[in-house]
Design a protein around this ligand. Structure first.
Ligand code: SF4
Length: 494
């Protein structure tokens, strides 16, 4: 299908909105836009970070998911208590593929589910005593833990438990950090506020408490922290390799495969490197204000963006590091040229629609372009306008932007735009696969990865080719189309 003009994209949005009642139409119209690269600010064209409409299918998560599932959960040497009924923790357990090194249940706890398992009695009489008891049990059963975080589920805020008091008392008793996080699921409009609350808890209960303490290692002029890389399928490891090869020393990883000691040490680094801006910009801005540590956002998807980012990072340091960046780019050139030579002929001209979270709706565009592909529609689950500001220039003119897109809207856009590939989440996957459209799960990399760094790019290219050029799509019989054609045949023969 040829690229759509601005008028065609506008007409498509109007057509899709037509089905809604007047108020809903007015509301949703603000979240759907035709991209215009000439704009500097996205608030001229799109609204974001607003409450989803009741009755539409949204794929957003809750504040608890943003704190426990994204920011805190991957800190591997702490125990994160899902405080409240058992379901929130159990259904979100280990789904994000945050890889880590360690012995689970001994010195690392990332894939385990710790819960206070609230019942009716706890709701009526309060859960503070139970929480205190759990922390003692944790100390007995898992003595090598380096601290505890309390991740509040909805009921905790509703019944008014004083988890801060319990945390302070436990901290004195066990002599380790105990961090209460007020990330009850009902707060805010999506998981985004959970990220912010989690960042604030790190500020107040980790960084502030650690001020004035000595580091156990010698500080170097090349110390950096990787922030907002959750090590999905090993992403942070692939990124770290490049940074260390150019001469930097990564002393902290937030939070994939990370530890509380790394968090505590971060205020001594020379530069904070932010991969997922959305979920961690708050703490980076805080460290800039309080400790004068500069930060930059970088993108390690695909060779074009990797080279751009390595040079941008190197510009903060001396000539040794700048030469190191060039060496890294040159070292991997033969490898990524070979990947492009192999896959570009198979993927050139293919069109992609994305709908993901945090940074990916804009960060992966360059990697697709390195393979000759074009992203023709993109949107964020829980983005804010500063995310869309950063997206406008990455997307082509007259392409589609959709914020908190509803299930109905996404399906209708896909039917009209007819992309060759969709990259989105598990909730969309089977709908589009049943429609016979190649699909990659772009939250967990569909059980693959890493996708960051040069090594990750080779895996990314292979996965896109394997999905898109798979002969299975020609065999897919779309169930509702088959039923329709059966009904027509029955009617015709009657
Ligand atoms: S919204 Fe509340 S009850 Fe639902 S998963 Fe989130 S914390 Fe749990």
């Amino acid at each position: 299908m040829a690229a759509m003009t601005r008028e065609e994209t506008e007409a498509l949005i109007q057509e899709v909105l037509e089905v809604y009642p007047e108020q809903a139409k007015k509301d949703r119209a603000k979240h759907l836009a035709v991209n215009d690269q000439s704009l500097e600010k996205s608030n001229k064209c799109i609204t974001s970070n607003r409450k989803s409409l009741p009755g539409v299918m949204t794929i957003r998560g809750c504040a608890y998911a943003g704190s426990k599932g994204v920011v805190w959960g991957p800190i591997k040497d702490m125990i994160h208590i899902s405080h409240g009924p058992v379901g929130c923790g159990q259904y979100s357990r280990a789904g994000r593929r945050n890889y880590y090194v360690g012995t689970t249940g001994v010195n690392t706890f990332g894939t385990m589910n710790f819960t206070s398992d609230f019942t009716e009695k706890d709701i009526v009489f309060g859960g503070d005593k139970k929480l205190a008891k759990i922390m003692n049990e944790i100390e007995e059963l898992f003595p090598l833990n380096k601290g505890i975080s309390i991740q509040s589920e909805c009921p905790i805020g509703l019944i008014g438990d004083d988890i801060e008091a319990v945390a302070k008392k436990a901290n004195k008793e066990i002599g380790k950090p105990v961090v209460p996080v007020r990330c009850e699921g009902f707060r805010g409009v999506s998981q985004s506020l959970g990220h912010h609350i989690a960042n604030d808890a790190i500020r107040d209960w980790v960084l502030d408490n650690n001020e004035g303490k000595e580091t156990a290692y010698e500080i170097s002029p090349y110390d950096v922290a990787v922030i907002g890389d959750y090590n999905i399928g090993g992403d942070a490891w692939a990124s770290r390799t490049l940074l260390e090869e150019m001469g930097l020393r990564v002393v902290a990883q937030w939070s994939g495969d990370g530890t509380i000691a790394e968090m505590e040490n971060t205020p001594r680094v020379k530069l904070n490197l932010i991969h997922c801006y959305r979920s961690m910009n708050y703490i980076a801005r805080h460290m800039e204000e309080k400790y004068s540590i500069p930060w930059i956002e970088y993108n390690f998807f695909g060779p074009t963006k990797i080279a751009e980012s390595l040079r941008k990072i190197a510009a903060f340091f001396d000539e040794t590091i700048q030469a190191g960046a060039e060496k890294v780019i040159a070292k991997y050139q033969a490898e990524y040229d070979a990947v492009i030579a192999k896959y570009k002929p198979r993927l050139t001209g293919k069109r992609v629609m994305l709908y993901v979270g945090g940074l990916r709706p804009r960060h992966v565009i360059g990697a697709y372009e390195d393979l000759g592909m074009e992203v023709v529609g993109t949107g964020y689950e829980f983005g804010h306008n500063d995310d869309y500001d950063r997206t406008i220039k990455e997307m082509g003119n007259a392409t589609l932007l959709y914020d908190d897109v509803t299930g109905y809207e996404f399906e209708e856009f896909v039917k009209k735009v007819q992309p060759d590939l969709i990259g989105s989440g598990i909730k969309e996957k089977y709908i589009f696969q049943k429609m016979g459209i190649p699909f990659r799960q772009m939250h967990s990399w569909d059980y693959s990865g890493p996708y960051h760094g040069y090594d990750g790019f080779a895996i990314f290219a292979r996965d896109m080719d394997m999905t898109l050029n798979n002969p299975c799509w020609k065999q897919v019989k779309v169930p509702w189309k088959t039923a329709e054609s059966d009904a027509v045949a029955v009617a015709a023969s009657a």
